[in-house]
Design a protein around this ligand. Sequence first.
Ligand SMILES: [Mg+2]
Length: 342
Amino acid sequence: MSQAVRTRPEGSGQPLSEAYDTALLDLDGVVYAGGHAIAHAVDSLAVARTGGMHLAYVTNNALRTPDAVAEHLTELGIPTGADDVITSAQAVARLISEQVPAGARVLVIGGEGLRVALRERGLTPVESADDDPAAVVQGYGGPDLTWGRFAEASYAVARGVPWFASNTDLTIPSGRGIAPGNGAAVEVVRIATGREPQVAGKPLPPMHKETIIRTGAERPLVVGDRLDTDIEGAFNGGVDSLLVLTGVTDGAQLLAAPPQHRPTYVDADLRGLLTGQPEVTVGSDGFRCGGFTATAGADRLELEGEGEPLDGLRALCAAAWSAAGDGSCGLDGGKALARLGL
Ligand SMILES: [Mg+2]
């Protein structure tokens, strides 16, 4: 990767919804959480779409079909067609189709989203290692996936059948807490067989490729809440990104981000799509944004001034990322973040 190391969030004189033609939106922690729309998501997306921005939804979850995801979004008040949903099931199905003969049988360990995506690519989903599969694919199967399915995958993988995973997210948020994600299920088969799967989902290139093919985006903006999937996926694809703080990432994680996890922009929630983004400038006294000035001290980050908390966070990002260079900032930002309520 030959990109310059990002040392501060960028500014934008235009609203992001006008500066970019397509938003590639993550779902969980960005648009909804636990089945409910996140604050300001429905209204902000409606304004962005009315203004001409194409909205597409990009999810690592392979369980549900694009139709089911689109229906859920539409019920939440975000009118969405199935064509505007891109899943890791579609990305892994394309990856498999590039490596096996047309019409090949594929052993599926996962849900309906995977089966539909395989058929869309002309492949034939099968259920048993004895069905002579040309590939094995593993995707999130929901709470009803049984232990016997992992055994089925292991029989085929252990005898050398090529193995694919839609994604390797270790956890999946549920209304009751953190549940094992597809990555945890992949670990089960990896431990049993000692083999490694090919993976399609964010932050890896097959998912980005699938998204660009399906949306035709020319100036895409990735919008996400996770540094190691959404933001790293954008970095790997050479695409700008907006981090929103409505999901799993907090201020301390953002300040400690290594280069591939540093977003182009950061904002509180999806209202950030509708506004310009303030510049962070360098002065003799430190990094300035809005009413704040941030500096890197010997062992901690310092913050002076008053104003919008997000401007303070942007100034702190510049101080932390500049001090860290191509590494990860180890300076304590706790006191400065507490001042901002972040
Ligand atoms: Mg997310």
